[in-house]
Design a protein around this ligand. Structure first.
Ligand code: DX5
Ligand code: ZN
Length: 221
């Protein structure tokens, strides 16, 4: 069973991969998701990992695995990430030509479908797809790296998506990704976000378990 929002999703990107099992042990499958950032050195300048790390993570945790594909031609890899154990797969609108088709493809694998937008992409570009989504991912930093400063002006997109969801009685969760720590998680929650991706603020903290607990507390209620 997937937890109900608000949900914190620690991002593996900031974890120590030489101690992956210990790092992932802090993720509570009853409360948290695990966020996996896939970067291809094309859509973004950075290069991270493919399905084999998702497969390793799948063996290490029962938590919902939330895969964020920052890659060109994501549709070519959807099946592979699903087979590796992804529960949710998000693609970038900027990387898709037939966005609706890709979302349908993701759902066809049995995974939940997400759509992500970069800071420079307006809310209006994503709005037509909201009825087809399980998750709307609002980037609150420029995709590519962890540890960047939160862009508060992106919360307008969160507010708009939340209003549209209420107006049309849609059923998707709103995820914020980038620069999330206790204070930024709190303002994002107030704006209407449901899922809070956190890399540096969890895995680079002196006590990752305590940092995760602090974030859960910041968004609760
Ligand atoms: C950035 C990634 C994020 C990243 C967030 O491109 O999509 O998921 O892990 O890292 P922090 O929380 O350190 O900003
Ligand atoms: Zn991400």
């Amino acid at each position: 069973m997937s937890p109900t929002p608000p949900i914190v999703a620690p991002s593996i990107l900031s974890a120590d991969f030489s101690r992956l099992a210990e790092e992932l042990a802090i993720v509570d499958p009853e409360r948290d998701w695990l966020h996996c950032d896939v970067m291809d050195h094309q859509f973004v300048s950075n290069l991270t990992f493919g399905p084999i790390i998702v497969e390793a993570a799948r063996k290490l945790t029962r938590a919902t695995i939330d895969v964020h594909l920052m890659m060109e031609r994501p549709w070519l890899m959807v099946e592979a990430f699903r087979a590796a154990g992804a529960d949710r797969i998000s693609v970038h609108i900027e990387a898709c030509r037939e966005t609706r088709e890709v979302l349908r493809q993701i759902r066809g694998t049995g995974a939940k479908a997400g759509l992500a937008i970069k800071p420079s992409t307006p809310y209006a570009a994503a709005a037509p797809y909201l009825p087809d989504l399980d998750l709307f991912l609002v980037m609150t930093v420029e995709p590519g790296f962890g540890g960047q400063a939160f862009m508060e002006e992106m919360l307008e997109k969160v507010r708009s998506a939340k209003a549209e969801r209420e107006k049309k009685r849609l059923d998707f969760v709103i995820e914020v990704d980038g620069g999330i720590a206790e204070a930024t998680a709190r303002v994002s929650r107030e704006a209407g976000a449901d899922v809070f991706v956190a890399g540096h603020s969890v895995f680079r903290a002196a006590d990752a378990r305590a940092a995760l607990a602090g974030l859960r507390g910041a968004v609760a209620g």
